[in-house]
Design a protein around this ligand. Structure first.
Ligand code: ADP
Ligand code: ASP
Ligand code: MG
Length: 812
């Protein structure tokens, strides 16, 4: 004997029911089967909505009834042939009764639990009857009313089963029943007086387990719309997958903490009789699904993660509780008398506070009752009034063999911490089947994905990028990312997605990752943006391993880094403004980055893609000390002075440098030496020196007038005007057989930048194109410096430097 249960979505319409009947037909060839069905689709919800509506508006309630009616008649029309008239008559008469109940609710203006249970029962009464008649077309099937078999107490909406009577009813019915297939409604039952009761929302699973246990079935099959019990709710965690095998206890923990695929009480009856439960997908019957049994095959030490939203924490706190017995007894007694379910408990070891988690719906009532229970102690200030916190969720990591592994809870909480998920309370049973934590409900999705990545996806890591600035560098970066995506996934097991992109006008977001083949079009069609709006969206999307990337040279953008870092969102930037701003700001960003565990990387601030800052960091971290830095750090100035001679004009060479992407958007920043000054400042700071931009001596070569221009147009005009000045500078060097290089120097705490005449034997002499070079003289490299040299400007190399920083974050 097997018991098969089909849930609401499996019987949502004629098409789906046909699929159910084919599974039933196949299974019944070899076994006698009991088939338990839920109400069609969302019928239970509709029935409840109809009842609540009837209290205020009978007309609308009847419209809801009409929808219910149409669905059922459609199924009859499609699937019942032989007894069609009889079935139509019976269903009409059942629905007529429902109509009368709605009218009664309207007239009496009253909806008791008893009446609501009656209303709810119509879904399964109708579905089981209609499907039984559809099955009878080709199969040896019969229908039995579950309310005649399953007997409960008077708790109408959440009735407790009287197993003694129920089991007897079931066995005696099936002893007589000769049909190969018996259709039964789930969820519905009756009390000892024959009044309708129900087993709680989602209770059809439980009904099936009750039949399976009573009949000592070989297997209980729960057919639903997913292919098993997953490592996490597949609607929330995209990477979740079906758990092949799991124990009764583990399944119970997962379902208790929100894995809706199985109604929690279902396990008990099956466990008692050791009946294996198989969870299968009606729409993909070939999938193996999940097997729940006593001795599952070894799997992961963490089996699954589940969560419950809409939780409130209720805290009883006060010095007056210490050492005095009975407080928790009174707390739990009060809640239990009011039938308030306690989902979570922790108690501080000092006995100074007890904290319980309840469903948010129950929180107000619980607060009120507990304030009453403890009113004397509260009045005497022995304890504080009850504290209630809402908008919380519980996440639970479940696995029986977790107890055999060290450090799992450490991994759990450090992963949550890394992603800025604040943990409000923790509980871990001593059996260590489950570690659960209370968090802000808005963090639930992120927390589940974080933990899923931690425990089930060590092999692939996900990084979620938010890119601001899609000019030269940004565009190249996105192109490189698109090109490298597959390689990173296959070779580094790294999944990088761009979730948000913005320029100065618009922004676009896609929580599943923006298609990088047509991001331009998507951005054009995006919504208007500001820095605040973008930040708000990034924060709201609340992804794990988030990285904000600044590809601009904009001051205002550099001012939002701190906000991102404080949200534990890493920052990667080619914009030098933040690191070259006042020292306190630079220090704050570094401090915040450490405190909130978010990387702050700016390799491209010096030498574009060259690994200058990273190398320096490695030197310093390994105990080396920098004495002197000599460097040519401006790819743009290098380009300019390598191309400028008696046959060209300074203006044209600068214009060409800008056109080829070697200068900042405002070329004066390069030519005035400010850009180089910022770079040597950053290197000095990264070497451990406290310096400000003003401390750097800038021996500018631009005429005063050029320095004072405010627009690019005026600046270029001033270059034309002062061509002679530039030719003189050139001739002076040329006459000495020297080349002009704009050199940055840092020696013993002092720094300067300016044009120097470089003779032929100097390592800077042959520096070509836009190349940069840095010489680090340190304790370990005192005479022969450590040299880094290569292309130091250009969109492509800068973009690849940004890319390298992103990979550094991934490898952290
Ligand atoms: P049915 O109507 O068949 O009883 P339910 O809606 O009650 O189906 O349960 C199936 C749903 O449970 C899935 O569609 C999924 O959204 C949800 N679910 C939550 N957690 C899990 C999990 N860990 N594994 C599988 N499904 C889950
Ligand atoms: N139809 C009921 C409900 O929606 C029972 C079930 O489907 O399990 O809650
Ligand atoms: Mg269900």
């Amino acid at each position: 004997m097997k018991v098969l249960k089909f849930g609401g979505s499996s019987v949502a319409n004629s098409e789906n029911i046909k699929q159910v009947l084919s599974i039933v037909a196949k299974t019944s060839k070899e076994h006698k089967i009991a088939v338990v069905v839920s109400a069609f689709g969302k019928t239970t919800n509709n029935l409840i909505e109809g009842a609540n509506t009837a209290l205020v508006d009978i007309k609308v309630a009847k419209e809801i009834l009409e929808t219910i009616k149409n669905l059922h008649f459609q199924v009859i029309d499609d699937l019942v042939k032989t007894h069609k008239n009889e079935v139509i008559q019976e269903v009409t008469s059942i629905l007529h009764r429902l109509n009368s109940i709605y009218e009664g609710i309207f007239l009496l203006q009253e909806l008791s639990d008893k009446t609501l249970a009656k209303v709810c029962s119509f879904g399964e009464r109708l579905s089981s009857y209609i499907i039984a008649n559809a099955a009878k077309e080709n199969l040896d099937a019969t229908h039995k009313e579950s309310r005649e078999l399953i007997i409960t107490n008077d708790d109408f909406l959440n009735a407790q089963v009287n197993f003694k009577i129920t089991n007897k009813n079931i066995t005696s019915f099936f002893d007589e029943n000769t049909h190969q297939i018996t259709l039964l409604g789930g969820f519905i039952s009756s009390n000892i007086d024959g009044k309708t009761t129900t087993l709680g929302r989602g209770g059809s699973d439980f009904t099936a387990a009750i039949y399976a246990a009573a009949l000592q079935a070989d297997e209980l099959q729960i057919w639903t719309d997913v292919s098993g019990m997953y490592t996490a709710n597949p609607r929330v965690v995209k990477q979740a997958y079906a758990i092949p095998e799991i124990s009764y206890e583990e399944a119970m923990e997962l379902s208790h903490f929100g894995a809706k695929v199985l109604y929690p009480p279902t396990i008990q009856p099956a466990l008692r009789k050791e009946i294996p439960i198989r969870i299968k997908n009606t729409f993909e019957p070939e999938n193996a699904g999940t097997l729940i049994s006593k001795n599952p095959k070894n799997g992961n030490e963490v089996k699954g993660i589940s969560h419950i939203e809409d939780i409130s924490l209720i805290t009883l706190e006060g010095g007056g509780m210490i050492g005095i017995p009975g407080f928790s007894k009174r707390l739990f007694e009060t809640l239990s008398m009011a039938k308030i379910n306690v989902v979570f408990i922790t108690q501080a070891s000092s006995e100074h506070s007890i904290c319980v988690g309840v469903y948010e719906n129950d929180a107000k009532k619980a607060q009120h009752l507990l304030d009453e229970t403890f009113s004397i102690e509260i009045d005497r200030k022995k304890i504080k009034p009850i504290i209630v916190e809402n908008d919380l969720a519980i996440i639970a990591v479940v696995g029986e063999s977790m107890k055999n592994y060290q450090g799992l809870s450490g991994q759990m909480f450090s992963a949550l911490g890394r992603n800025n998920v604040n943990v409000r309370a923790i509980a871990q049973g001593s059996s260590e089947k489950n570690i659960s934590a209370v968090i802000n409900k808005y963090d639930a999705k992120k927390a589940l994905n974080t933990l899923h990545e931690q425990f089930f996806e060590e092999k692939t890591k996900q990084l979620n990028l938010f890119v601001t600035g899609v000019g030269n560098v940004g565009e190249r970066f996105l192109a490189q990312l698109q090109q490298q995506k597959k390689f990173l996934k296959e070779n580094l097991k790294l999944k990088i997605r761009v979730i948000g992109i913005s320029n100065s006008r618009k922004m676009v977001f896609d929580n599943d990752g923006i298609n990088l083949k047509n991001w331009k079009e998507a951005l054009e069609n995006g919504e208007p943006t500001t820095l605040e709006k973008f930040h708000k969206k990034v924060k709201e999307s609340n992804h794990i391993n988030s990285v904000f990337i600044d590809n601009t040279a904009n001051q205002a953008v550099s001012e939002v880094y701190e906000k991102y870092l404080r949200d534990s969102i890493s920052v990667v930037t080619c914009n030098k403004i933040a690191c070259a701003s006042n020292f306190d700001n630079y220090k704050t960003l570094k401090h915040v980055s450490r405190k909130y565990n978010a990387s702050f990387l700016f390799e491209t601030n010096v030498g574009a893609g060259l690994p200058i800052i990273d190398t320096l960091k490695n030197l310093i971290n390994s105990g080396d000390r920098v004495h002197k830095i000599q460097a040519v750090l401006s790819g743009s100035l290098n380009f300019v002075f390598n191309n400028f001679d008696e046959d060209s004009t300074f203006h044209d060479v600068v214009a060409q440098a800008q056109a080829e992407g070697y200068t900042e958007p405002d070329p004066k920043i390069d030519l005035s030496g400010v850009d180089v000054a910022r770079k040597i400042l950053i290197l000095a700071r990264e070497s451990g020196y406290k310096m400000e931009l003003e401390d750097i001596v800038n021996n500018a070569f631009l005429p005063k007038e050029s320095l004072q221009t405010t627009t690019n147009e005026d600046f270029y005009a001033s270059l034309v005007k002062h061509e002679n000045h530039f030719q003189e500078i050139y001739n002076e060097a040329n006459n000495k057989n020297c080349r002009l290089k704009y050199v940055a120097e840092f020696v013993n705490g002092k720094a300067n930048v300016g044009l120097q005449h470089i003779p032929a034997e100097h390592p800077f002499y042959n520096l070509e194109g836009s190349d940069n070079i840095v010489l680090f003289f340190t304790d370990r490299y005192p005479e022969n410096p450590l040299i880094i040299k290569g292309a130091g400007a250009g969109a492509d190399v800068t973009a690849s430097g940004i890319f390298a920083d992103v990979i550094r974050i991934a490898n952290k």
